[in-house]
Design a protein around this ligand. Sequence first.
Ligand code: PRP
Length: 196
Amino acid sequence: MSSVGSEKCAIPHEAALDIERVLIPEEEILRRVRELSSQIESDYAESKNKLVLLGILKGSVVFMAELMKHIRIPVEIDFMKVSSYGGGTTSSGNVEIKLDIRRRDIEESDILIVEDIIDSGRTLSYLVEYLKLRGAASVRTVTLLDKPSRRTVDFVPDYTGFTVPDEFVVGYGLDFDEKYRALPFIGVLKPEFYEK
Ligand code: PRP
């Protein structure tokens, strides 16, 4: 068993050994997620459409699971999986859909895309346009983390949990080489684990 961070956010977890420091402790994430849920709930309360939380696999699952528990209006969930390639400055052409949304009622759906992190902005910029073209009643975005310093395309999410510096963050769904997703906080990975 290992623990990281201050006494308050110390957490026993094997993978925590690889973490340099806790950037956002679990309690802070949960507090912010409740605020976002409440904001989302009031923004969509009057809509006649279905509210669909669309999680982008895989990183969004932990955030989405927490978010949906606190939205006290009816929500449905769906998932997409995409891959974003290259360092180009345009969104189109760099994003491949690996798993598509399948809904017959997309025209009556308010789609809220749920992401764990925005980096270049290519993935969300592409997906928002794609879902509008598919005829969604509305398309908005919520991200747990935003790294605006890494943008290569203009993109501003509708709801943001935390703006973070350009550091290698893992946990709460975010991975490095598929590891660390289960950590219940956002931590900065020790450089020796990603610098080879
Ligand atoms: C991450 C993240 C976003 C995307 C953001 O996914 O979850 O989907 O990258 O990057 P962008 O703003 O530069 O487009 P990743 O491809 O790492 O897949 P994962 O969610 O399965 O970890």
